[in-house]
Design a protein around this ligand. Structure first.
Ligand code: PRP
Length: 177
């Protein structure tokens, strides 16, 4: 059950698009010598971000997905990151970019990068659209961050509240009424 709430726009679709264009340029420069970059989206929250990001990336890319979950439908992390779906492809010796929608405590990105490093990629970098540094409980920091945000409960652009609102084209702040 969800409590009644309204959503206030926090980051517009236009601002997100502009930031992604800039980030894609930086990623392209970093991976300029790659034959093919494996772009790994962490499901489910990153599905909108990865779709927009890869279309701005002027590189050969392969898209793969990994599903990790630590929240379920709860607002609190369980601190136990479960891998619900692993990659389809091999990443040993390859250039890899992990795409995350939001880094909050950091447990998800930390767990996933540790797991993927055991597969010995040539280079592994990370990108998160949103970062809430005030909530961090791990040392992880994404290589690239779209926007640093305060400790607000956000939805939209792939991010849910109890599986709702992932389809909003902007990032919104949840305000309980
Ligand atoms: C959310 C979000 C990030 C993670 C961030 O995933 O998509 O992956 O939490 O939180 P953390 O930094 O505290 O680990 P969730 O487990 O809710 O799954 P979802 O992506 O399917 O919504």
């Amino acid at each position: 059950m969800t409590k009644p709430y309204v959503i206030d726009e926090m980051i517009s679709a236009k601002s997100i698009a502009a930031r992604i264009e800039a980030l894609a340029g930086e990623i392209k420069d970093t991976f300029a010598d790659t034959d093919k970059l494996v772009v790994v989206g962490l499901l489910r929250g990153s599905f909108v971000f990865i779709a927009d990001l890869v279309r701005e990336l002027d590189l050969n890319v392969e898209v793969d997905f990994l599903e990790a979950s630590s929240y379920g439908d709860s607002m609190e992390t369980s601190r136990e990151v479960r891998i619900l779906k692993d990659l389809r492809g091999e990443i040993g010796g390859r250039d890899v970019l992990v795409v995350e929608d939001i880094v909050d405590t950091g447990f998800t990105l930390s767990h996933v990068t540790q797991l993927l490093e055991t597969r010995k990629p040539k280079r592994l970098e990370t990108i998160a659209l949103l970062d809430k540094p005030s909530r961090r409980e791990t040392n992880i920091r994404a290589t690239w961050t779209g926007f640093e945000i305060p400790d607000e409960f956000v939805v939209g652009y792939g991010i849910d509240y109890a599986q709702r609102n992932r389809n909003l084209p902007f990032i919104g702040k949840v305000r309980f009424t």
